[in-house]
Design a protein around this ligand. Structure first.
Ligand code: ASP
Length: 347
């Protein structure tokens, strides 16, 4: 780790998509709803003290992140593409509930990034006395503005929450109550905020500086995520995979990649693979990795061609599958690419 003092004069674009950070309590219903973004900035006058030039842009209708759709991912990607050359860094304000999903998908959509894209939000609205929004927003802006000899220090999609910056496609929301809402159990934090901003340089993604930013705008959402559970019956499993348009399956397995060895199950998975529907094995544990073949309960999966998701999160597996399905026809190549780390999402 090295301590950095925030560098002055970076240009930052703040993109507000919605989420608790910009919500207020509706006096009639008591429920939280989004409010005007300008008001959000009025509530953090400290932003003016930062030595960065900050511009803001907001979704026309800010949303709770539970309502995020693929079209919204495309809108964020399009904004980044449009303003990529104009700004040194981008901060995306987003609800925490599905932040790891959106940020993971964006990491695959944005190839050859050479600038920071920092997702952040908060557990309490900005107007709340005990809010975590101010620290999250201010430090995210500082991280997005960090430069070393004229170049961005962070060159990837990050997620900043409660004093830690993570590689976004390594994160999962783990707590609905604590300010420390996210974890990255298979990869260290990229930076920590204390008295100083400490940057974990060896953990940062190394960009290929010769290649230009490529924005992938196609995502195939005809995917199902199936969590294994004791008691899963053939009928229920059939129903889960019966959509005619189904293009891919993410199987959340037990421990290091294990499932039932029941013949009906293996036969059905084999059929899917034969029908050109890739099946990816990810673990339902928050930490650790799939190791197909370690137990008898995963030997068969390996043999029939199930893809090894290694230590990828379900959120990142989903984004990676959406991205690869729409870019690769050849299923052998799909397997190869899925098992390769594209944006540092797996070890
Ligand atoms: N429901 C909110 C959202 O994800 C929660 C949050 O922002 O933390 O938009």
């Amino acid at each position: 780790m090295s301590n950095e003092s925030p560098v002055i004069n970076s240009t930052i674009l703040l993109i507000y998509t919605g989420g608790t950070i910009g919500m207020v309590k509706d006096p009639e219903t008591g429920a939280l709803r989004s409010f005007d973004f300008d008001e959000l900035l009025l509530r953090i006058p400290e932003i003016k003290l930062l030595d960065h030039e900050i511009d803001t842009i907001s979704f026309e209708h800010p949303i709770d992140s539970s309502d995020m759709k693929i079209e919204d991912y495309l809108q964020i990607a399009a904004l980044i593409e449009t303003y990529y050359d104009q700004y040194d860094g981008f901060v995306i304000l987003h609800g925490s509930d599905t932040m790891s999903y959106t940020a993971s998908a964006l990491s695959f959509m944005l190839e050859n990034l050479k600038k920071p894209i920092i997702f952040t939000g908060s557990q309490l609205p900005i107007g709340d006395l005990r809010t975590d929004a101010k620290e999250n927003l201010i430090t995210s802006i500082q991280l997005a503005g960090l430069k070393d000899r004229g170049r961005s220090v962070i060159n990837e999609v990050g997620l900043y929450f409660e004093y830690k910056l993570y590689r976004a496609n390594r994160t999962t929301k783990i707590n609905a109550e604590h300010f420390e809402a996210f974890a990255s159990l298979n990869y260290p934090a990229l930076a920590e905020s204390g008295v100083h901003l400490s940057i974990n340089h060896p953990a940062l993604f190394i960009p290929n500086r010769r290649k230009k930013l490529r924005v992938h705008k196609k995502l195939d959402q005809r995917i199902v995520v199936i969590k294994m559970f004791p008691g899963l019956t053939p009928e229920v499993f059939d129903a889960m995979i019966s959509a005619e348009s189904l293009k891919g399956i993410i199987l959340e397995t037990y421990g290091s990649g294990n499932t039932t060895t029941a013949e009906w199950f293996i036969t059905k998975i084999k059929e899917c693979i034969k029908n050109n529907i890739p099946v990816v094995n990810v673990t339902q544990c928050s930490g650790g990795s799939v190791a197909m073949g370690q137990y008898e309960t995963s030997v068969q999966l390996k043999r029939i061609g199930v893809i090894n998701g290694k230590d990828i999160t379900t959120e990142a597996a989903l984004g990676k599958m959406m991205h690869l399905l729409s870019n690769l026809e050849d299923r052998e190549r799909f397997k190869q690419m899925f098992e390769t780390s594209l944006r540092g999402e797996m070890s």
